[in-house]
Ligand binder design. Structure first.
Ligand code: DX5
Ligand code: ZN
Length: 217
């Protein structure tokens, strides 16, 4: 069964406490929190004060996806706000190795995300230092976009790299995940599925999370 991480970006922001309660009661494993800066991505979402409150309302692992430039300036503040995992983007980190060490030194899990145009082989030299890799399967910035099909091949390539090196790094997939494509993603090698609209726009989010768990058994 894969790890399911509902993305709060698709939740009703007027009812965040209720949305967190729903996730708490669900079979979801992580809560995915998308932070956007309007620079690296063409949208702004939420930041540190919101995550501080969400942290108090959730019993799940907080998986914080930083779609921001110069993440090193804010990583300590996101850890303080309650992040269990911090994901930074390959595309904004010229000193990626240092940035990964900074996260690990804070005692939390370090992950790196790659955009659709960034080949996974660029992570080869840092792979052993990572808790997980996030493969963006849409262009970052918005929820509710369509899954980019060639991402399946990227998942397979990364799975092969991880297995050949006998590492324990998880593969997380983010963007356009549905109950219909979940099984293919897991068969390609994904361990963690982020689902925003599939969960929060569904009639019965608890049942949808259950379905995502079931189809990825
Ligand atoms: C997009 C975010 C995603 C987003 C996924 O930039 O990183 O986490 O919330 O939303 P869906 O599942 O609706 O594609
Ligand atoms: Zn995300």
């Amino acid at each position: 069964m894969s790890i399911i991480a509902p993305s709060l970006l698709a939740a009703n922001f007027l009812r965040l406490e209720d949305e967190c309660k729903m996730v708490n009661e669900s079979e979801a494993d992580w809560l995915h929190l998308d932070v956007m800066d309007g620079q690296f991505v063409p949208n702004i979402s939420f930041g540190i004060p919101v995550i501080e409150h969400v942290r108090k309302a959730t019993s799940k692992i907080c998986d914080v996806h930083l779609m921001i430039e110069k993440p090193e300036n804010l990583v300590p503040a996101f850890k303080k706000a309650g992040a269990d995992n911090i994901i930074i983007h390959y595309e904004v980190c010229p000193n990626l190795h240092r940035n990964i060490q900074q996260i690990k030194e804070l005692g939390i899990n370090a992950a790196v995300a790659v955009n659709p145009h960034t080949p996974v082989f660029l992570l080869e030299d840092v792979l052993a230092d990572l808790h997980h890799v996030l493969i963006m399967t849409v262009n970052p910035g918005f929820g509710g976009q369509k899954f980019i099909p060639y991402s399946l091949e990227k998942i397979r390539q990364l799975r092969k790299m991880i297995d050949e090196k006998k590492l324990n790094v998880l593969i997380e997939v983010d963007g356009g995940v549905t109950v219909e494509n979940a099984k293919d993603l897991v068969n390609a090698g994904a361990d963690v599925l982020v689902a925003g609209n599939t969960v929060f726009s569904s009639k019965d989010p608890l049942e949808t999370i259950k379905q995502l768990k079931l189809v990825t058994r």
